[in-house]
Design a protein around this ligand. Structure first.
Ligand code: UD1
Length: 420
């Protein structure tokens, strides 16, 4: 197993290229199941989660070539519609094949994802919506066994809670359903919006794209023809590099970003004292004179993303005053707290709220990655800490950050990837 050895403190300077968004690529690759012709997707990030999904596609009978961030995928010959436990357990987002497989083939079996480090994360809303569309669903031997012998039928669905992958699953199902689906309280994340845009480009009539109410006219199982498209930039990767600049009092230019997608994040960085200049496809962050404490409450887009909560907690350790960070989406997404405390952070955790006192001179230590974003927070803390921070179990980072170590090294970090 590899680990990262980071020597701090450093001041990061330079330019970084932002990769395609993992969380947009996953549903869009799943959406290729709605087609029986080859599809080409560009700007696909080279991260472990994408390889995991492609491994699943390989088992389903899909043929693909993934080279130089371009994926050409042909799902014409798919015969198998079973997503097995061995893959789903390593990546919850595998559940994204449920909607499209059921919509195109009328049956599928997908392993239940089970527990997860950041909380319970049920899929009840995905299943309830599919049942409303006429699916028969049984949970048997740890699998969701879904059938829709007559095909799925469009209907009015009100999501009890906003769910990103739940919205994506049902949007894909509705695209091939019979008749009109009205989806209410849909997630508005840019990744959901891109999924809708790609389906609309393929001829599916979708009204309300970008809002929380969608009307989708399904094709009644007529497979789609997907035009080539390119994955949107990863706003969470971009936000992480903005925090890396902020925490090291450095200055970084991010290339290949959509600044609008980062509004909630950049607003907090302004509050913390940083200056950000935006151009068409790039943004530059300039250091604060002195980082100031801030308050954060995670919520759905366009609010502050839960996927940036951990990174801002690392930043708060360096901000003057009392910062308050409330996690409202996932009950257990504070695994990084005890690891940040190992580096010397002053954090008081009560229920869903962390209170931090800063600034604290962090001191390097051995720390453990526990989930994807918690791991990136520990990298940021390691850049600011004095001495060596060894971050173990970095397979979590590999799931979602393309070439993190190389990109940080190019920005001036003293970072090495080593074998345990
Ligand atoms: C997606 C993102 C993840 C991000 C999260 C919230 C992908 C691949 N992953 O995860 O990076 O952190 O959105 O922005 O895009 N819930 C239910 N029942 C359900 C589904 C969800 O109760 O059937 C709850 C969850 O437990 C959670 C909340 O709804 O409390 C939001 O979860 P959801 O939006 O579904 O997260 P994911 O789609 O899994």
């Amino acid at each position: 197993m590899d680990y990262l050895s980071i020597k701090g403190p450093v001041r990061l300077e330079g330019e970084v290229e932002i990769s395609g968004a993992k969380n947009a690529a996953l549903p869009l690759i799943a959406a290729t199941l709605l087609s029986d012709e080859p599809c080409t997707i560009e700007n696909v990030p080279e991260v472990a989660d994408i390889h995991t999904l492609l491994k699943l596609f390989g088992k389903l009978g899909s043929r693909f070539i993934f080279e130089d961030h371009t994926l050409t995928i042909d799902n014409e010959a798919i015969e198998n519609t079973r997503a097995t436990y061995e893959i789903v357990k390593t990546m919850r987002a595998s559940i994204l094949v449920l909607g499209p497989l059921l919509a195109r083939f009328g049956h599928c079996e997908v392993s239940l994802p089970g527990g997860c480090a950041i909380g319970q994360r049920p899929i009840d809303l995905h299943l309830k919506a599919l049942e409303q569309m006429g699916a028969l669903i049984e949970i048997k031997n740890g699998y969701v066994m879904a059938t829709a012998p007559e095909g799925l039928v469009g209907t009015r669905i009100i999501f009890d809670k906003i769910t990103v992958t739940g919205s994506e699953n049902i949007i894909m199902a509705a695209a091939l359903a019979r008749g009109k689906s009205e989806l209410i309280n849909v997630a508005k994340e840019p990744e959901v919006v891109q999924l809708c845009e790609v389906l609309a480009q393929a001829g599916v009539s979708i009204e309300g794209i970008g809002t929380d109410e969608l009307i989708i006219h399904g094709t009644d199982r007529q497979p789609l023809k997907l035009d080539p498209f390119s994955i949107i930039p990863d706003r969470i990767e971009a936000g992480t590099y903005l925090c890396a600049a902020a925490i090291t009092y450095g200055s970084i230019t991010l290339n290949g970003v959509i600044a609008d997608h980062l509004d909630a994040v950049t607003a907090k960085l302004h509050e913390a004292g940083c200056r950000i200049e935006t151009e068409e496809n790039s943004m530059t962050i300039y250091p604060a004179a002195k980082l100031k404490a801030f308050e954060i409450s995670t919520t759905e887009y366009p609010g502050f993303p839960t996927d940036m909560q951990a990174q801002f907690m690392a930043l708060a350790t360096q901000a003057e005053g009392v910062s308050i960070i409330e996690e409202r989406l996932f009950e257990n997404r504070f695994m990084h707290v005890s690891e940040l405390q190992r580096l010397g952070a002053s954090i008081h955790l009560k229920g869903h709220t962390a209170t931090l006192n800063g600034p604290i001179q962090l001191l390097g230590a051995d720390v453990m990655a526990t989930d994807l974003r918690a791991s990136s927070a520990l990298v940021l803390a390691g850049l600011a800490a004095s001495g060596v921070t060894n971050l173990h179990r970095i397979y979590h980072l590999d799931r979602g950050y393309e070439a993190l170590h190389e990109k940080l090294e190019k920005l001036g970090a003293d970072i090495r990837r080593l074998k345990e």
